[in-house]
Design a protein around this ligand. Sequence first.
Ligand SMILES: *[C@@H]1O[C@H](CO)[C@@H](O)[C@H](O)[C@H]1NC(C)=O
Ligand SMILES: [Zn+2]
Length: 385
Amino acid sequence: MRRLLTSLLLLLTQIHHAVTYTPLSDTSLRHLHPATKPSSHYPDPDFDPVHGALLAPILHPRVPGTPGHARVQAHFVAFVRAHLHPSWRLEWHNTTSTTPATGDAQVPFQNLILRRDPPWAAPGEVARLTLAAHYDSLYRPEGFVGAVDSAVPCAVLLSVARAVDEALTRRWEGMEDAAAEGLGLEEEKGVQILLLDGEEAWVEWSDRDSLYGSRALAEAWEDTRYESGSSFTTPLQAISLFVLLDLLGAAEPNIPSYFPTTHWAYRNLAKVEERLRKLGVLETEPRMPFLGESEKEGAQFFRGFVADDHIPFMRRGVDILHIIPAPFPSVWHTMNDDGAHLDVPTIRDWVRIMTAFVAEWMDLEGHLLPGKGKPRKKNAEREEL
Ligand SMILES: *[C@@H]1O[C@H](CO)[C@@H](O)[C@H](O)[C@H]1NC(C)=O
Ligand SMILES: [Zn+2]
């Protein structure tokens, strides 16, 4: 990530999105994962920086092409296998590139794409909510951990996937059962998580020395054609919204609304935070809400944005919601960006806020609480890597 303020060239056209959006009930919001508040006696099972099963394995240097990087990749795959429905597809997008720090050597950059579509839908028919974060860490200073940058965002996204997974299964099985009785299967909404590689610059941020993984992926997806006659022409066009999380995990984040074109989505997210706070579901009590710019309008947007993994997608016309604090956490790109400087209640609140946002987007109201309907046998086969 680089502090970069350039003038925002987006038009102020309010694009109207025909997205069905059913707010979650208070009951659903009260039952979001993680349900329990932390205690000083028991470390958080997922997010404790030392013992947390989800986060702790990511809190090591993850420079592309090194063993630490490979271990984190294996951790992601193991998490998906252990905790997500077998119908999630895992796909690697691997490229190589030279970097200004490594001479002629080809450094591998490997994006991991996790995807779950409605079981009946053809690939070119599915509009996907796309949640992204980068998992590589800075090459220098040596030993840099990158806890907020971006180990925590990766862990938050995996936790959110697990939190909505059973509800997705219940909703889609219910729809298939209804279809078997003659009702149409209309919804073609999927969700995918992009764990992106090579975001960081190796020497100094430039168009060529940064965003190695996302540049390659956006280009590849622009060139991948679905069957003719599909609703979408390319996987890039099938992204309904690109939500990029970065630099999260420190206390008191202030997340601006960066883009007028997606301010409607920002407002949905801010609304969820506001409702969760009123219901007493969130643990933190910040001076200002995390998402405090719902009322922003018009000319106030012309202040710029932060260069990050969304850029190659935004340049190709994808709608972006960038969840990155301004100012950056004070530990940014220092050796202090480690587990000891994280605020675990803030991380848990991010999981709750993002889970509610994704659940609303995927129309999961009525499906988040277990115990409705009889379980069906799972027959999907896991995609082999
Ligand atoms: C891509 O990289 C991943 C992670 O290193 C590896 O497991 C996978 O086999 C690679 N895929 C291909 C096609 O090379
Ligand atoms: Zn960074």
